[in-house]
Design a protein around this ligand. Structure first.
Ligand SMILES: [Zn+2]
Length: 143
């Protein structure tokens, strides 16, 4: 899968990383999917993180989440930030994914890339497998 978004959207997620730290920031992604297995993101919607331990976990504010599930046919995914860890899905992220994996295609994580030592947004594709949902690295093009 190929995922595209604008530099302004990439910056918006990075800004939310900074304003949310030390907590995780999160939100929804609206976009359009094409038959060639690519997704163009057109809107980043920040959503309040209502997790009990927001420095290690994220939970989208339920009212906003449900509102978009019911009213946004172009809901393609979600994103969240890792304030002090790499932009790789945690065991908890994968566990949570099982309850909503069927609702989305794209999963973005912003965190500090250990090789580059800088803030990066990494993209994953939600993949259905025999025993549930998993995340597979996807190409992200910032245009
Ligand atoms: Zn996470």
């Amino acid at each position: 899968m190929i995922i595209r978004m604008t530099a302004a959207m990439n910056e918006q997620i990075k800004n939310q990383f900074h304003t949310s730290t030390p907590f995780e920031g999160c939100g929804l992604l609206l976009g359009t999917s094409s038959i060639d297995d690519s997704v163009d993101i057109h809107s980043i919607i920040p959503v309040k993180n209502v997790a009990a331990k927001p420095n290690h976990h994220f939970e989208l504010e339920p009212e906003v989440w449900v509102h978009h599930l019911l009213t946004s046919p172009d809901l393609v995914g979600l994103y969240h930030t890792h304030p002090i860890s790499v932009p790789l899905p945690s065991a908890e992220d994968l566990q949570d994914l099982q309850s909503y994996g069927q609702l989305m295609k794209v999963y973005l994580i912003a965190g500090i890339d250990p090789n580059e030592q800088r803030l990066e947004v990494k993209a994953y594709e939600v993949v259905k497998q025999e025993h549930g949902y998993s995340l597979r690295h996807a190409a992200l093009f910032v245009t």
